[in-house]
Design a binder for this molecule. Structure first.
Ligand code: NAD
Ligand code: ZN
Ligand code: ZN
Length: 344
């Protein structure tokens, strides 16, 4: 089959031919309908050999939707042809975290060498995807795989980030979203659907700020060195701040706009560090750096999409065009999420 791989450190994604995968015991083979392109892949492709935690080549793509093509021995509860979304942060399935559906925080994944598809295991930007266990599949029902595949990460990750802060987002509160890209433009919609908060979006690009407004931001602010001052002028301080960039400048803005008892959530993996200490941040503010989300949260996000309150903006590409999608994402030119159609 054809697949898009990151083959050597410092290289670029390439379209290659690889052996057709076959499902072993307990595994499910999906024919990939759609695979999302995440900025984390750009980060992975910037890492040195020492920073990489898995061997290359790597088939890219950790947002996946497809139809069940074949199942290995012992697989129950899925039927051939069924359309599904894939829960990506695979865990052991039995530890105390996995037992709660929080496979993203599996206690034993490192020790057992369990890696997510597209972030260590072969990913979804390929004609077929091998899924290690049927429990990682969530039925799509009537949801369109192309429009909704980004919800497996660009929806699930902000949903998890926001869910923990919901108690603070009461009437009269403000929420700040830094970075209105793939994750950020879904975060704005989640905040509007789930809270009465005033939503303020920050980005460096006018086009992204337009998208932010179109998907529901009440206010938009250019993300520069004066951004924190402007946000404080609008709100006096936000009760929740979500940083979907995570570089030093945005982490500094995130803490600077936090009100007393605010929740600051650093989601972006740009290497920035939020300063916490008496006088460095508003009184009693909390800072979190979460990773992806739980299985039940993915089910909840798909339910929100079914309810019609999330509309992911997608640009579609063929498998051959996937390298171009990565180039455009790297250059900041993707509005919303790029989605690859490997069998389209
Ligand atoms: P994206 O490229 O689609 O969006 C990033 C957005 O940030 C763009 O709109 C860009 O214009 C904007 N931006 C860049 N610099 C900025 C600045 N200084 N101030 C404000 N905005 C700025 O990326 P994405 O796929 O949405 O991913 C966002 C981040 O989240 C990445 O760092 C990614 O690796 C990370 N991520 C983390 C998790 C997690 O579990 N923690 C999961 C998925 C993605
Ligand atoms: Zn991702
Ligand atoms: Zn586990």
């Amino acid at each position: 089959m054809r697949a898009v791989q990151y083959r050597e450190v410092g290289g670029s994604p390439e379209v290659v031919s690889v052996p057709d995968p076959e499902p072993g015991p307990g595994q499910v083979l999906l024919k990939v309908s759609a695979a999302g392109v995440c900025h984390s892949d750009i980060a992975v492709m910037s890492w040195t050999a020492e920073q990489l935690t898995f061997p290359l080549p790597l088939t890219l793509g950790h947002e996946a939707a497809g139809t069940v093509e074949a199942v290995g021995d012992g697989v129950r509860g899925v039927s051939i042809g069924e359309p599904v979304a894939v829960y990506g942060p695979w865990g052991c399935g039995v530890c105390v975290m996995c037992a709660q559906g929080k496979e993203n925080y599996c206690v034993r994944a490192d020790e057992l060498g369990i890696l997510p598809p597209g972030l260590g295991a072969p990913g979804a930007i390929a004609e077929y995807l091998l899924v290690d266990d049927a429990r990682h599949l969530v039925p799509l029902g009537g949801l369109d795989p192309v429009a909704n595949v980004p919800l497996t990460d660009a929806g699930l990750t902000p949903y998890h980030a926001i869910k923990g802060a919901l108690g603070r987002l009461v009437p009269g509160s403000a929420a700040v979203v830094i970075g209105a890209g793939g994750l950020g433009h879904v975060a704005i919609q989640l905040l509007r659907a789930l809270t009465p908060a005033t939503v303020i979006a920050l980005d460096v690009s006018e086009e992204k700020l337009e998208l932010a407004r179109a998907v529901g931001a009440h206010e938009v602010v250019l993300s520069d060195e004066r951004a924190a001052e402007r946000v404080r002028g609008l709100t006096g301080g936000a009760q929740a701040v979500f940083d979907f960039v995570g570089v030093q400048a945005t982490a500094a803005t995130a803490t600077a706009v936090a009100a007393a008892e605010a929740e600051v959530v650093i989601v972006g993996i740009g290497g920035g560090v939020a300063q916490v200490g008496f006088g460095a941040i508003a009184f009693d503010a909390s800072v979190r750096a979460p990773y992806w989300g739980s299985r039940s949260e993915l089910i909840e996000v798909l339910e929100l999409a079914r309810a019609g309150v999330i509309d992911v903006h997608v640009e579609t590409y063929s498998l051959d065009e996937a390298p171009k999608a990565y180039e455009r994402l790297h250059a900041g030119k993707v509005n919303g999420r790029a989605v690859i159609l490997p069998n389209g």
